[in-house]
Ligand binder design. Structure first.
Ligand code: HEM
Length: 181
């Protein structure tokens, strides 16, 4: 965890060379740290860090639970394993949180740049667009996404209320072919 005030990491677990490999595919590569840059070029470090870890933490949980579910499905035991079914159901809202966290990582983490190395966010203000126009467009988008959100919730609840489709029972015919019962 970063402590930007003190300029150090809290309880680091050091794994040498891995970031060089992740960033450049070469364990000998030199990855510049924050301290190699002027502080005016730093993004909000804590927010980026925690948003990233929320995203990756959730991603890791998804991979684990879905991996277990996939194995159980393969073994035809998933539908009898209530705890995994509960886990799958309860995980439903969390991809939305991971999405927002990931988006926060991208948007906050690239500050103060709007185009890295070329254009600062503070220089990206258009002189030909009035503030009111931006607010107006934003309200339009908010309204549209609100309607899409309501529609999404309505359709999801409708699917849940309808329940799963009745399973077709298959009966084996002589010769190995199968026909619906
Ligand atoms: C499993 C571990 C995960 C890793 C290692 C990972 C890694 C990353 C990285 C490196 C970025 C780019 C940050 C940048 O802009 O430089 C990112 C962005 C993002 N991630 Fe993840 N991620 C993971 C899981 C997830 C999950 C589970 C979700 C959603 C369900 C998610 C949603 C997003 C979104 C929406 C963005 C922003 C994309 C954009 O606006 O450019 N991530 N992720």
């Amino acid at each position: 965890m970063p402590d930007t005030q003190a300029g150090k990491l809290i309880d680091p677990i050091l794994v040498p060379d891995i970031l060089s490999f992740l960033a450049y595919g070469n364990i000998g590569a030199n990855v510049k740290g924050l301290k190699d840059y002027d502080t005016v070029l730093w993004p909000p470090v804590e927010l980026t860090y925690y948003a990233y870890h929320v995203m990756v933490g959730l991603g890791t949980i998804f991979i684990t639970v879905l991996g277990v579910a996939a194995i159980l499905l393969y073994q035809k035991r998933l539908e009898q394993t209530r705890i995994v079914l509960w886990g799958l159901m309860l995980l439903m809202p969390f991809p939305y949180i991971a999405n927002e966290a990931g988006w926060t990582v991208s948007e906050v983490g690239r500050q103060p740049w709007i185009i890295y190395g070329l254009l600062k966010t503070s220089e990206g203000v258009s002189s030909t667009v009035a503030g009111g126009e931006v607010v107006f467009t934003l309200i339009g988008f908010l309204g549209m996404y609100f309607l899409l959100g309501v529609l999404f919730i309505y359709l999801t609840l409708r699917e849940i209320a309808a329940g799963p489709a009745p399973r077709r029972r298959l009966t084996a015919l002589p010769g190995g072919a199968e026909a619906p019962a």
